[in-house]
Design a protein around this ligand. Structure first.
Ligand code: CO
Length: 269
């Protein structure tokens, strides 16, 4: 799994892009945010429902896309993949300038529920911006009565990411975080006991998420010490893997769209 994610990141850079967040591959009941540690030896197995979530930036402008691979084409997983993909296609079909985000949520939810499955309530699509992977508007996968509405306006960029499960439709945190973020405005200065080059390497992510394996140029214990120092300073955000509450498998599909004056453009197709 680590080789796949590192291969994705190497290919992004080979093509002249930047890695907007460490490639993540969450299997089965893990819906999102599983990111291989530097020494992760986990292998994909027959029957896995394997998500692959990829972020690319060019000069800070981010796109976010994900797909799900039904490893070995397990029949039990086919409907989940189909539901996530159909929901994404339907939402892309419904998106246009002036359309309400609530319309997208309704379409996403309907496509998944009509197959007898549940969308993930507490995972959302989102706006993307410069050096920013998540910003307004949220694009919920379930239509909630109290959610604020938002109309798609030309120039905005949104990631739509339906998740389908035959479980509860909610995720909770699971395991140790392997994805981190330091907000760009955080004053790093000098961190006691941390090499200035390592502080500079963290600052170079410019507020984008990162993983320990992207800091492999530094000794692992120094990286751990730096993360601990950033945490003590109160500037480190951590993202643990997110697991379906009943332990049921989850499929995901995701594309990033640019809203234009006369329609939309899928940036990640
Ligand atoms: Co996303």
């Amino acid at each position: 799994m680590r080789e796949v994610c590192e291969g994705v990141e190497a290919e992004i850079e080979r093509q002249g892009g930047g890695v907007a967040f460490p490639a993540q591959s969450s299997r089965n009941a893990l819906a999102a945010h599983y990111c291989s540690a530097p020494d992760d030896e986990t292998r994909y197995a027959e029957g896995d429902l394997a998500k692959l979530d990829i972020g690319v930036h060019v000069d800070g402008w981010v796109v976010d896309t994900a797909t799900t691979v039904n490893v070995g084409d397990a029949p039990a997983n086919r409907l989940l993949v189909e539901a996530a993909e159909a929901a994404l296609s339907a939402a892309i079909g419904a998106a246009a300038p002036g359309v309400s985000v609530r319309t997208l949520s309704r379409v996403l939810e309907q496509e998944i529920r009509r197959r007898g499955l549940r969308p993930m309530r507490n995972l959302c699509g989102h706006g993307v911006g410069r050096w920013t992977v998540h910003c307004a508007p949220a694009v919920p996968n379930v239509l909630a009565p109290g959610d604020p509405d938002h109309l798609l306006t030309p120039g905005s960029v949104i990631a739509i990411e339906p998740f389908a499960t035959d479980g509860s439709g909610e995720v909770g945190e699971h395991g140790m975080p392997e994805v981190f973020r330091v907000p760009p405005a955080a004053p790093l200065g000098e961190l006691p006991g941390v090499a200035p080059a390592l502080v500079a390497a963290v600052a170079a992510f410019r507020g984008l998420p990162f993983a320990r394996r992207q800091l492999r140029a530094f000794p692992p214990d120094e990286v751990q010490a730096a993360l601990a120092a950033l945490r003590r300073k109160g500037v480190l955000q951590s993202y643990a893997a997110l697991r379906e509450a009943w332990g049921r498998p989850v499929a995901q599909a995701e594309h990033t769209l640019l809203v234009r004056d006369d329609g939309i453009e899928v940036l990640t197709a």
